[in-house]
Write a protein that binds this ligand. Structure first.
Ligand SMILES: NC(=O)c1ccc[n+]([C@@H]2O[C@H](COP(=O)([O-])OP(=O)(O)OC[C@H]3O[C@@H](n4cnc5c(N)ncnc54)[C@H](O)[C@@H]3O)[C@@H](O)[C@H]2O)c1
Length: 247
């Protein structure tokens, strides 16, 4: 129970990687503030936490790209638990297309939900974390943010930006003992990758060293490491979790 009495706020906690991270943090004893756009997804995650008999959780329905809604989520966290020890920015979307065909709206939506959201949550959580003189921020980026990808210019820019935001956050907050790190997953089995054509998934597997797609738990394990004191001397880093796809 490395996170007993700690408070963790997880966005995109309704399913996929966010849900796996929320459950993993709860298993380590954290009280979790679950945030997602979809109420019904949150109820599902809450059900799993309760079924496992884990610590308390609070549900917050919000759009991560809306500043007022983000501030309300952080307020609920502070009103309920009086502190925020861990912030995990997971919520994200894809709206793929070639640059020549990509609408301005698809560019803006992906940048707002994947990147601006992390700025808004980091801003709102940085004050209480600095006051506490402790905190761990974990941003879920992507290998696409490191390597780029044809057809995903908006997504790649958002995730590359998230890695740069993580480094700046780490430099700004280190003197107050607040750490910020990113995880860059490869191909992880979730609803997001379910929409890819099966033949593309098979081709991808051949390029992955470990010859399999990752599980949400593979990402959650690293998130727990970055959220706990096991990584007390690690900040500003991006850990790639891709089974050896990009080496
Ligand atoms: N699945 C992968 O292969 C993979 C790889 C690299 C990075 N990632 C990143 O991991 C994160 C989670 O991906 P996933 O595969 O679990 O996806 P997912 O689609 O299964 O889950 C995303 C969650 O975010 C929520 N969400 C979406 N837009 C939101 C908004 N505006 N406000 C609040 N919540 C919102 C959704 O409701 C959903 O619960 C994303 O940031 C994604 O870019 C995923």
């Amino acid at each position: 129970m490395m996170l007993k009495d700690k408070v963790a706020l997880v966005t995109g906690a309704g399913r996929g990687i966010g849900q796996a991270i929320a459950l993993a943090l709860a298993k380590e004893g954290a009280n979790v503030v679950l945030s997602d756009l979809k109420k019904e997804f949150l109820t599902e995650t809450e059900g799993q936490i309760k079924a496992l008999g884990l610590g308390s959780c609070v549900l917050t329905q919000a759009n991560v790209s809306n500043g007022d809604e983000v501030n309300e989520v952080v307020k609920i966290a502070l009103d309920t638990y009086d502190r925020v020890d861990i912030l995990v920015n997971v919520a994200g979307i894809t709206k793929d297309g070639l640059i020549a065909m990509m609408s301005e709206q698809d560019w803006d939506d992906v940048l707002a939900i994947n990147l601006k959201s992390a700025f808004l949550f980091t801003k709102a959580c940085s004050r209480p974390m600095m006051k506490q003189r402790s905190g761990a921020i974990v941003n879920i980026a992507s290998i696409i943010g490191i390597a780029g990808n044809a057809g995903q210019a908006n997504y790649a820019a958002s995730k590359g930006g998230l890695i740069a935001l993580t480094k700046s956050t780490a430099k700004e907050l280190a003197k107050r003992n607040v750490r910020a790190n990113a995880i860059a997953p490869g191909f992880i089995k979730t609803k997001m990758t379910d929409k890819l054509p099966p033949e593309l998934v098979e081709k991808m597997k051949e390029q992955i060293g470990l010859r399999r797609l990752g599980e949400p738990q593979d990402v959650a394990n690293v998130a727990v490491f970055l959220a706990t004191d096991a990584s007390a001397y690690v900040t500003g880093q991006t850990i790639v979790v891709d089974g050896g796809l990009v080496i």
